[in-house]
Design a binder for this molecule. Structure first.
Ligand SMILES: Cc1cc2nc3c(=O)[nH]c(=O)nc-3n(C[C@H](O)[C@H](O)[C@H](O)COP(=O)(O)O)c2cc1C
Ligand SMILES: [Mn+2]
Length: 481
């Protein structure tokens, strides 16, 4: 059964000893960060701060901060189950004969059941404040000492493509500027930024934006998924939770938000109105520099009577977002394999902060195959940000970073096997020659073929025979080792 809302998820976490309530005062300025950072690094529970200093709204953090919590969030025993469900759908073919069609019916019904439903009432509008509201009334964290201020870190930002009218939901942090304005940190490659730009040619100046904070976990999680433009995250959330997301119309803008949200900020952005946002202690583990981003104006705040404020922190890895990213890696593998069936597995080690290091194992079939895979990844959605791609043969377990390091370093002739390419890079990359533009490196660490100009024999990996291993098992015990 899908979680109805954030609280139901928090209860599930608590029942699984994955949530700890903190009943005493803790300051949302820096102190909550220190708690959350220590908890995630110890593999500890999610935290519910019941008394954030200065506020009567509890703060939930680290609710996705381990694979176990990701599994609870997505209601699976392993996130691979989500991948398996995707594969099942992708493999669904038009069946033969009437019996086949009948068998297919439940699946078709299931697909239809994912679409979001507009409902007339939602808990997120138990309280509607169209005047006298303030962003400063919420326990928004200052995460790190050199942050420019307080940042809303887990917002679901809704906007509509001005060209197509299609909805988007992305997670873009928001710096609170004052009672009624905040920064809108959608980076240039993201859908919110694209919607914003598209107003120009259409002669529009203003775009409605609504922000939901705290919802059922599948809905929250859908906001970070690297989906193609114009694919509604709320539909994918419906697929993840296997129940449609219920949406309610906003009070002061032309958008819908998840009815079960805890807090909703309604408002708009204006083309050309930018303001300095940041610095912010970011998920790279470094402070991202201050930059110009659009200003979000709040026209109303709606909320539950007693809302819970959901948030996260990012910083030196691993943090909560590493686990959210790891689940993306697992869930998107089958989709990647539609385009690149030769890919056996991929891994993004935490220190690579998602796209700085992608390890890819392929079944190599022809000369230059590894390079083809690199270019394909650089040409795919947000995988375009991949800074270093290491391609290995399929016998290498890319989840085993030590094995990858050992085999890849032995297999390369650096000058021959490294491919440099130029293109878009993540906005958070502080090392690139220009903001948003720089180089990427692919390392072809596969075994080289004669067809690639390598004519010496390629040595095999050392391993003991099974027979000797078994013999020594006995002798080992005999030796008292
Ligand atoms: C905790 C967290 C914070 C994030 N903050 C931002 C952000 O401030 N700006 C941004 O562009 N992307 C941010 N992202 C990544 C986007 O949510 C992600 O790229 C998403 O796929 C964007 O959706 P879109 O393709 O619909 O634009 C964040 C992700 C997480 C998990
Ligand atoms: Mn999107």
């Amino acid at each position: 059964m899908a979680y109805r809302d954030l609280r139901e998820f928090l209860r599930a976490l608590e029942q699984n000893q994955e949530l700890k309530r903190i009943p005493f005062e803790v300051d949302p300025v820096l102190e909550i960060t220190e708690f959350a950072d220590r908890a995630v690094k110890q593999g500890g529970p999610a935290l519910l701060f019941e008394r954030p200093r200065g506020y009567n709204i509890p703060v939930a953090i680290n609710t996705f901060a381990s694979m176990k919590k990701m599994q609870l969030a997505l209601e699976v025993d392993s996130v691979e189950e989500v991948a398996a469900r995707i594969v099942e759908f992708l493999e669904m073919q038009v069946p033969q004969g009437i019996i086949g069609k009948l068998k297919m019916l439940p699946k078709v019904v299931e697909v239809g059941a994912f679409f979001p439903k507009v409902v007339s009432r939602g808990a997120c509008q138990e309280v509607v404040k169209t005047g006298g509201f303030s962003l400063l009334d919420y326990p928004v964290l200052q995460c790190w000492p050199e942050d420019a201020g307080r940042f809303i870190t887990l917002p679901l930002v809704f906007s509509r493509n001005p060209d197509t009218g299609k909805r988007n939901c992305g997670m873009y942090r928001m710096q609170v500027f004052d009672e009624r304005t905040a920064g809108m940190h959608w980076q240039t490659h993201k859908q919110g930024a694209e919607h914003y730009r598209r107003m120009g040619p259409l002669g529009k100046r203003r775009m409605d934006v609504a922000v939901a904070i705290g919802a059922d976990p599948a809905t929250m999680y859908s906001a970070i998924l690297p989906l193609p433009p114009d694919l509604d995250e709320m539909m994918i959330a419906g697929f993840l939770r296997q129940t449609p997301v219920e949406m309610v119309k906003c009070q002061t803008c032309d958008l819908e938000v998840p009815a079960n949200a805890e807090i909703v900020l309604e408002g708009y952005v204006e083309l050309g109105e930018l303001r300095t946002e940041g610095p912010f202690g970011d998920h790279t583990g470094f402070y991202s520099l201050a930059d110009e981003y659009p200003v979000f104006h709040v026209t109303a705040i709606t909320q539950r009577k007693e809302p819970i404020y959901a948030t996260t922190i990012v910083g030196p890895p691993p943090m909560e977002d590493y686990f959210m990213g790891k689940a993306i890696e697992r869930i998107f593998l089958p989709l990647m394999r539609l385009q690149l069936p030769e890919v056996r597995d991929i891994a993004m080690p935490p220190e690579g902060i998602f796209h700085n290091l992608i390890l890819v194992a392929i079944r190599k079939s022809y000369p230059g195959h590894a390079r083809k895979v690199m270019h394909s990844i650089w040409g795919t959605g947000q995988a375009m940000f991949s800074k270093v791609i290491v391609v290995v043969d399929e016998d290498v377990d890319v989840q085993n970073y030590r094995e990858v390091t050992w085999k890849a370093l032995n297999n390369i002739d650096p000058q021959r096997d490294i491919e440099f390419s130029m293109g878009p890079v993540d906005s958070l990359d502080h090392a690139s020659r220009l903001p948003n533009y720089g180089s990427k490196m692919g390392v072809d660490a596969t075994r080289k073929w004669p067809g690639e100009g390598f004519t010496r024999p390629w040595p095999g990996v050392i391993g003991m025979s099974e027979e000797v291993k078994r013999r020594v098992d006995g002798l080992w015990r005999k030796a008292g080792l």
